[in-house]
Write a protein that binds this ligand. Structure first.
Ligand SMILES: C[S@@+](CC[C@H](N)C(=O)[O-])C[C@H]1O[C@@H](n2cnc3c(N)ncnc32)[C@H](O)[C@@H]1O
Length: 249
């Protein structure tokens, strides 16, 4: 399944009240949104029909999130769905996740593009290929090692896979507290040592299976719960189970 078709399904299931997109370009992924949306990209050139109220900011995500009130354009309320597809370098991806989680609801869903490079050259920090994932893929290991509280799923979409992150903790400072240590430990020089099982997609979920499991429908239902993160973890365990726990790489 193409990533845009899967994103369309995510919007339908999660029914977000506010959507964040980091990396907009021509508006392909933004055109899927039907709720108030905020798009950040220093060089967007929208050429797709947009179907909702969109606030676009022609700046980098780091600059945007340095402002005192980043949620003001969406009424001061946090996001239910975020798509991170901006600068495809590890340190940018890490900061984008930190900022997206801080401004998400605990019941929010954060989606990373480009976590499954098909060959090491595609993951180079210095771009060598037409299709470029960059080194976003170490985010899998970082989140597995530092944030075991987050529910993670890699999804076998075309062309370069998606990572779904649920049971968020907007108050967590674990990643920002360990930022320098994480960069030193997980950012590697080219050629990128992409794990073979990741390129082979050994542990990934089939998109149809994720959609059919009902796991995404849990997110809007958990919005009113006292401990939504635990509600989400329990529901995912019941619907998907440990056998489909991915991200071994
Ligand atoms: C792969 S494209 C996004 C494609 C879009 N999400 C889609 O699927 O239709 C990546 C975009 O990230 C933008 N970008 C690069 N550096 C960025 C940064 N620091 N912050 C936000 N966006 C950035 C680029 O200008 C480019 O338009």
């Amino acid at each position: 399944m193409n990533y845009l078709r899967f994103l369309e399904q995510l919007h339908a299931r999660v029914r977000p009240e506010r959507y964040l997109e980091i990396g907009v370009r021509w508006g392909d992924s933004l055109s899927v949104s039907r709720c108030p949306s905020l798009g950040i990209d220093p060089a967007f050139e929208i050429s797709r029909e947009l179907h909702t109220e969109v606030q676009l900011f022609r700046t980098t995500s780091d600059e945007y999130f340095a402002r005192p009130e980043p949620l003001t354009p969406v009424g001061g309320e946090p996001f239910d769905l975020a798509f991170i597809d901006g600068m495809h370098l590890f340190e940018f991806a890490l900061r984008d996740f930190i900022n997206a989680e801080r401004h998400s609801r605990p019941t929010g869903l954060i989606v990373f593009d480009d976590v499954l490079p098909r060959k090491a050259a595609e993951a180079s920090r210095v771009r060598e290929t037409k299709d470029w994932t960059g080194d976003v893929y170490p985010m899998l290991a970082v989140l597995r090692d530092y944030r075991p509280d987050i529910v993670m799923m890699t999804v076998d979409t075309q062309p370069t896979g998606l990572l779904l992150l649920m049971a968020l903790d907007p108050s967590s400072t674990v990643l920002s507290d360990h930022y320098d240590e994480i960069i030193a430990g997980y950012r590697k020089p080219d050629p990128q040592p992409v794990p073979q099982d990741l390129m082979d997609r050994t542990w990934v979920q089939q998109p149809q299976r994720v959609l059919a499991s009902g796991v995404l429908d849990v997110l809007p239902d958990a919005r009113g719960h006292d401990d939504p993160a635990q509600t989400i973890r329990d529901a995912v365990a019941a619907r998907i189970g440990p056998a489909l726990d991915l991200t071994k790489s």
